[in-house]
Design a protein around this ligand. Structure first.
Ligand code: COA
Length: 374
């Protein structure tokens, strides 16, 4: 058997070391810099977690206040970037918009020397929601929004720009919690992409642009949008059960289920599921939640596949009035913390990432000049 076959998709292969995160590790589960994800989701705010990933330690109150103020001060968009966002077609997918916007920012505000890496990471964290919602509101509502609200938290700021009013504390907190859950996940496809680009000693904007491209696909971050499209198809749990059984019979993949590393559950799911139920009750309509639970049950009963972080995140976002096509971009607004932390970690002990491949093409052939080829 060839090595390619043995390690298809690099499953189970260690491709480096990290001190940022454990995923599915025996006795540890999902941790960021040694902290359990449940402790962080229950007790910390997203900015606190961002600081942790950036600096490797939890901030003091003073450090957190300074960090929040700093990030808040970096939300403005350069005029040239606003023009690009206005010119980017209204029917673009917002992941493509973010990919382009980060790339343009790399031209307008190049990282330059790596000694600017923390400042570049802070800027990206602060400006991603501005890029996304400036473009969204311009093309859907025809308005040029002010991207500098007085909300301290990124979650509050995001919902404020989206809905033109301050969110309820419940909605702000739920979005904040999903940002914590999405922030970091070891050597997932997009983070690995960022590390590969970084390994060539390229700049942070290039690494993040590539990471956004990797996250976009439905096998990765795009699964939350696909999950929403799925649950919206069904009006009742019974319809959902029958529909999903049919999809499984046709060997279709159900997005939002399964995971490369976790084997029995995704620890982030229980938190998202709880929030989904709370928000469904608040909305006074349990249909989407009940349908989601029915899908979850059938996937476990039939395939022993569990809901991953993306499945219940879909209804959580939906209940907050967030359009489906903004779901994966929210993932970007969160994962930027993990990505930039990995860029810095890669640089701190850099080695070009360049694996080998098993050659399966033709054996050496005699070159025939074009005039003599039949
Ligand atoms: N729906 C239906 N079947 C699934 C499935 C899903 N969501 N996820 C895995 N399977 C099945 C595959 O069809 C395959 O079956 P087979 O052996 O009979 O062919 C088997 O389980 C292994 O799946 P595979 O895709 O090879 O595993 P992987 O480790 O390469 O993939 C994922 C992991 C996450 C890409 C995969 O589970 C998936 O595609 N999930 C849906 C997308 C998603 O939610 N992505 C977000 C991840 S956080």
């Amino acid at each position: 058997m060839s090595a390619t076959k043995k390690v298809g998709g690099l499953a189970g292969v260690s491709a480096g070391s990290t001190s940022l995160c454990t995923v599915g590790k025996e006795g540890a589960g999902l941790t960021y810099c040694g902290y359990d994800i449940y402790d962080l989701a229950d007790n910390a705010g997203f900015e606190e977690v961002a600081y942790l990933l950036m600096h490797g330690k939890l901030p003091t109150q003073k450090e957190l206040s300074a960090y929040v103020a700093k990030i808040k001060s970096l939300r403005a968009l350069p005029d040239q970037l606003k023009s690009v966002l206005e010119m980017t077609p209204a029917n673009s997918h917002p992941m493509d918009v973010l990919r382009t916007a980060v790339s343009v920012l790399g031209n307008l505000e190049p990282e330059g020397n790596f000694s600017n890496q923390v400042a570049t990471a802070d800027r990206l964290l602060a400006v991603l929601p501005s890029m996304l919602l400036y473009w969204h509101r311009f093309h859907t509502d025809g308005v040029r929004i002010d991207v500098e609200t007085d909300d301290d938290s990124i979650a509050g700021h995001f919902l404020h720009m989206l809905h033109d009013k301050k969110p309820s504390e419940l909605h702000r907190k739920c979005l904040d919690t999903t940002l914590i859950l999405y922030a970091e996940h070891e050597f997932n496809a997009s983070t690995f992409t960022a590390r590969v680009i970084t390994g060539t000693l390229s700049d942070m904007h290039s690494a993040i642009t590539g990471a956004i491209g990797a996250l976009r696909g439905p096998l990765h971050g795009g699964a939350n949008e696909a999950a929403m499209e799925l649950i919206q198809r069904f009006k009742t749990p019974e319809e959902a059960t029958a529909g999903v059984l049919g999809m499984l019979e046709r060997k279709e993949k159900i997005m939002g289920f399964g995971h490369r590393v976790y084997t029995v559950s995704d620890p982030r799911n229980s938190v998202n599921k709880r929030m989904s139920k709370t928000l469904a009750k608040e909305a006074g309509d349990m249909t989407l939640y009940d349908v989601s639970e029915a899908v979850e049950k059938v996937m476990w009963d039939e395939k022993k596949l569990f809901a991953n972080a993306d499945f219940f995140a879909a209804s959580v976002y939906h209940f907050m009035g967030i359009p489906t096509y903004l779901f994966t971009p929210i993932f970007v607004c969160s994962r930027i913390t993990g990505w930039t932390a990995h860029v810095m970690e890669q640089r701190a002990n850099n080695k070009l990432i360049r694996p080998a491949a098993d050659y399966i093409g033709p054996s050496l052939q005699k070159f025939v000049p074009i005039a003599k080829r039949s």
